[in-house]
Design a protein around this ligand. Structure first.
Ligand SMILES: [Zn+2]
Length: 190
């Protein structure tokens, strides 16, 4: 079957390498763009290329951005004193959807000296007074929070983390908006 259809199966494999796409879905998607809807396939190819070429990380907060500095960092209607720390830029979309936070964001994917330095710089430049950790509870994440708190202890900052409603060990993207909204509202001081 695969012989003579190498390019088709290359496409199937490409789809299959995406998260949440299994072999059956990959086959269905590849068949769809190749046999049913060429235009859809070309549009996807262009969109992917365009997005990869134009989307980068905000040089201030590490969020996704099409410019050097993202819209949230540039938005002067947001409360500079509040900072929400997330572990992935995609968590920002979820928190924005909940409409419960009007401060700025900072992404820490990897907790190293460089991340702490840029975080400290961000806090000083923006006059941050309150840090909210939007991170789901787990032993590793609690250690993450404690470490950051310790490194920032000389700055005059109130720390809190999102509370009830967020299950232990679950990624933020799998938490429903209502639970997340409640969790942000009922954040706990730490
Ligand atoms: Zn930014």
């Amino acid at each position: 079957m695969k012989k003579g259809l190498e390019k088709f199966y290359e496409l199937v494999e490409a789809f299959e390498s995406l998260p949440t796409i299994g072999k059956k879905s990959a086959l269905r998607l590849a068949y769809h763009v190749v046999m049913n809807d060429n235009y859809c396939g070309i549009k996807i190819a262009h969109s992917i290329e365009n997005a990869l070429r134009n989307i980068t990380k905000c040089s201030k907060c590490g969020s996704m951005s099409e410019h050097e500095i993202c819209e949230v960092c540039l938005d002067d209607t947001r409360d500079n004193e509040k900072l929400c720390i997330v572990q992935s830029a995609k968590d920002i979309f979820i928190i924005e959807d909940s409409k419960q936070f009007d401060g700025k964001y900072f992404v820490i994917e990897e907790l190293d000296q460089e991340a702490i330095d840029s975080l400290t710089k961000f806090i000083n430049e923006n006059g941050v007074r309150m840090v909210l950790f939007a991170i789901t509870p787990s032993i590793a994440n609690d250690a993450f929070i404690l470490y950051i708190e310790d490194r920032l202890k000389n700055l005059d900052i109130n720390f809190s983390k999102i509370a009830q409603g967020v299950p232990t060990g679950v990624s933020l993207e799998n938490v429903d908006i209502l639970s997340l909204s409640k969790a942000i509202q009922s954040r706990v001081e730490i």
